[in-house]
Design a binder for this molecule. Structure first.
Ligand SMILES: Cc1cc2nc3c(=O)[nH]c(=O)nc-3n(C[C@H](O)[C@H](O)[C@H](O)COP(=O)(O)OP(=O)(O)OC[C@H]3O[C@@H](n4cnc5c(N)ncnc54)[C@H](O)[C@@H]3O)c2cc1C
Length: 287
């Protein structure tokens, strides 16, 4: 089958590779190749230590796939306040996520961080890529900026937050930033913000019901640096910034639409869940 995958973020790339592995002819169409500099792949989320529902399936799959392309930096440390420890313990004990209690928090030996730009570049190498912006998607046909049309047997839309409008799926859009810093955190730590590699990142800005491009504000930099100081015990030196928007669909990430499928809306768990959902899509097309 000839399949066009729109999007060269982690969702589009995992889908394109999974579909190509099953023998489909795949072309990736993407407006741009920028994106998240450093990704945490951490199945334990938020202040309450909630474990992502499909972590037991998704984490080993993500580890296996990504380790073919880049080094994985294993282990994430998460401080947990004394009064919350019992709650965290209960949640983690019944879950498939391995953990060790140490240094006033929990260490997750199976979670990891990776250099996301390097990963995406390595995954993209060898995939046919067309750099173009899709302005309309109608069934099996795409209209590109400039007037050209593309068609395929199936379209997989993996356009992330910026492309979500073409899916009609709604969702929530949360802006946030990663600061590129002078320090290097070989082992990741996370609480309010996360520190991994040469990045500290996080967000507190309210979500919206539509996508709008985000530009980092000064107050956001101050907020991230304050949180980083609380986490690390010192303030890292900011050197640059990346701004982005998360798209959240809360649990339903694969949708059949006329002419194809929409994949995405993973929020902050895209790097954890994308390989699992790419495989689900490939299985669905096989069946
Ligand atoms: C501050 C911050 C920190 C984050 N940290 C993490 C983290 O640690 N771990 C994690 O898993 N996630 C994290 N996220 C979320 C993560 O960035 C996204 O969930 C992830 O990038 C989604 O991947 P995607 O492939 O679905 O979309 P994207 O990465 O947004 O890629 C979309 C692709 O589609 C293309 N596209 C869109 N519209 C069109 C169009 N009309 N025509 C052609 N191409 C189009 C784009 O050019 C791009 O190639 C973070 C987000 C923010 C804001």
């Amino acid at each position: 089958m000839k399949i066009i995958v729109v999007g060269a973020g982690i969702t589009g790339l995992t889908a394109a590779l999974a579909l190509r592995e099953r023998g489909h002819r795949v072309e990736v169409v993407a407006a741009d190749l920028g994106g998240l500099p450093v990704a945490m792949v951490n199945p334990v989320r938020g202040k309450r230590g909630s474990v992502v529902a499909e972590a037991g399936l998704a984490l080993p799959l993500a580890r296996r796939l990504y380790s073919r392309y880049v080094p994985l930096h294993r282990g994430v440390w998460r401080p947990v306040a004394g009064e919350l420890r019992e709650k965290w313990r209960r949640k983690l004990e019944g879950s498939p996520v391995a953990c060790e209690w140490r240094e006033g928090g929990v260490f997750l030996p199976g979670a990891f961080w990776l250099e996301a730009r390097r990963l995406r570049a390595a995954m993209l190498a060898g995939l046919p890529l067309r750099r173009a912006r899709v302005v309309a998607w109608r069934e099996r046909e795409l209209l590109l900026a400039g007037g050209r049309r593309l068609s395929a047997d199936l379209v997989v839309w993996a356009g992330g937050a910026a492309g979500a409008v073409h899916t009609g799926l709604g969702g929530r859009f949360s802006p946030g930033s990663q600061l590129l810093v002078g320090e290097y955190f070989a082992s990741a730590a996370s609480s309010g913000v996360f520190a991994a590699g040469n990045v500290v990142g996080g967000s507190y800005l309210p979500h919206r019901n539509h996508y709008a491009p985000h530009t980092t504000r000064y107050s956001e930099v101050v907020w991230i640096l304050d949180r980083a100081r609380a986490l690390l015990g010192y303030q890292p030196r900011p050197l640059g910034v990346w701004s982005g928007v998360r798209w959240r669909l809360d649990g339903a990430y694969l949708h059949e639409l006329p002419g194809g499928f929409a994949l995405g809306g993973f929020g902050s768990t895209a790097y954890l869940l994308a390989p699992l959902y790419a495989r689900r899509l490939a299985d669905l097309l096989d069946s």
